[in-house]
Design a protein around this ligand. Structure first.
Ligand SMILES: NC(=O)c1ccc[n+]([C@@H]2O[C@H](COP(=O)([O-])OP(=O)(O)OC[C@H]3O[C@@H](n4cnc5c(N)ncnc54)[C@H](O)[C@@H]3O)[C@@H](O)[C@H]2O)c1
Length: 381
């Protein structure tokens, strides 16, 4: 059997001081299937060059901007195999469309675009290209999230009746965007972030996790979005009721002014026969409570877990895996799909990997939540 070469990744964003770009690089390379070889890492050509040095790339492949990267890479015999997008939100759509039109598959960070209308257009561009497009809703890569998903789908809990999802952070408790904090500055600027602040930044993760784990779809939203910090242009706190397509009700609470919280994401799913609770700050454990039985704590990598959960752990039990590994799971699934596409030219992503469909729903969620909050009433999804 021929040895499969590493897939070559070109990254847009992820320059010096960036948060998620370096995470993508580590995660993409973790399983030895992908290698970062090129990038347009910053809006500043000098900083893009500096990032190329930081990532130890051929200086000729640290480009001044993404258009230059796409043009130059198209002509190379060792061209990139796909583009990873890790810029602020407003660039996701133009970069993705430029990459797809040039024939490059895309792995994008969330939210898929800056607006719902853009997401609908991007979905058409993905369909027209016939290329793989993945979306890094990181929490979908955790083993215990896969276990929850499996348990709901297997019917062990009975019909899902109630969902509570929380995603609380405290790092925007003060107006740090006014003193130039990099990550806060663009997140609180509607031109770069889109219509949603907190609801777009982390509310979309909570929304995605709700649908991903339960297999249910949101059909109605009643949201209250607030800008708690005076002068902030976008919401920094959100509470929403969601109606699911099986009649269940969900509560989604997300905040970036929850002082003292770091990355407190928690999901509880209640079925007729029992319930599940997972906390991302303690990700290797899953609590399962039965109506008529004792509470269980399930541990990642244990032999009794579902195949779905065990397939995405790399280490024996008791050796904690977390954020980087979850990201790497998504990259592994993407790279497998990409290799299959290179062989057969038909793009089909595994259902476990968030796709453009999840991206469009995430953007619809922001759009509906903003609308509902303005109207102070329920809106249909
Ligand atoms: N999946 C997750 O868990 C997760 C976590 C954090 C951030 N994100 C998403 O990742 C994206 C980036 O967030 P971040 O926190 O890393 O932001 P950041 O500000 O730390 O990094 C953004 C990078 O993009 C670069 N950039 C800006 N304009 C550019 C351009 N025109 N061309 C090339 N590069 C450009 C900046 O120079 C910077 O290096 C956002 O869309 C965010 O929603 C996802």
């Amino acid at each position: 059997m021929a040895v499969q070469r590493k897939l070559r990744m070109g990254m847009v964003g992820g320059g010096p001081g960036a948060f998620i770009g370096p995470v993508h690089r580590i995660a993409a390379e973790l399983d030895g299937k992908i290698e970062l070889v090129a990038g347009a890492f910053s809006q500043s050509p000098e900083r893009s060059r500096a990032a190329g040095e930081m990532y130890k790339l051929d200086p000729a492949r640290a480009y001044a901007d993404y258009k230059a990267m796409i043009e130059a890479e198209k002509k190379r015999s060792d061209a990139i195999d796909f583009v990873a997008i890790v810029t602020p939100n407003h660039l996701h759509m133009p970069v993705a469309v430029a990459a797809l039109e040039a024939g490059f598959p895309v792995m994008s960070d969330k939210p898929a675009t800056a607006t719902y209308a853009e997401a609908v257009d991007l979905e058409k561009a993905v369909a027209k290209s016939g290329l793989p497009y993945g979306l890094t809703h990181t929490y979908a890569g955790y083993s215990m999230v896969r276990e929850m998903r499996h348990m709901v789908a297997s019917g062990k809990l009975g019909k899902v009746r109630k969902i509570a999802v929380e995603y609380l952070q405290g790092w925007l408790s003060n107006p740090i965007e006014t003193s130039g904090q990099k990550q806060a500055s663009w997140r609180s600027d509607p031109a770069q972030s889109g219509a949603g602040g907190c609801i777009g930044d982390i509310g979309t993760h909570a929304f995605h996790l709700t649908e991903y784990v339960t297999g249910l779809k949101v059909v109605g939203v009643n949201a209250s979005l607030l800008s708690v910090v005076p002068g902030r242009k976008l919401d920094d706190d959100c509470t929403a009721l969601l109606r699911m397509d099986n009649g269940a009700q969900s509560v989604l609470m997300t905040s970036q002014i929850a002082a003292g919280e770091r990355n407190d994401m928690r999901l509880r799913v209640y079925g007729e026969k029992g319930s599940l609770e997972w906390h991302q700050e303690d990700p290797n454990r899953l609590s399962v409570k039965w109506l008529d039985g004792p509470e269980e704590i399930r541990h990642a990598a244990a032999g009794y877990l579902s195949d779905d959960a065990r397939a995405v752990t790399r280490l024996p039990g008791g050796h904690p895996e977390g954020y980087l590994e979850a990201f790497a799971v998504l990259y592994r699934e993407f790279s497998d799909a990409l290799i299959a596409w290179q062989d057969s030219h038909t793009a089909s992503l595994p259902s476990t990997l968030p796709s453009i469909e999840a991206g469009v729903r995430g953007m619809r969620f922001i759009d509906r939540a903003v609308e509902s909050s303005k109207k102070q009433s329920w809106v249909e999804f």
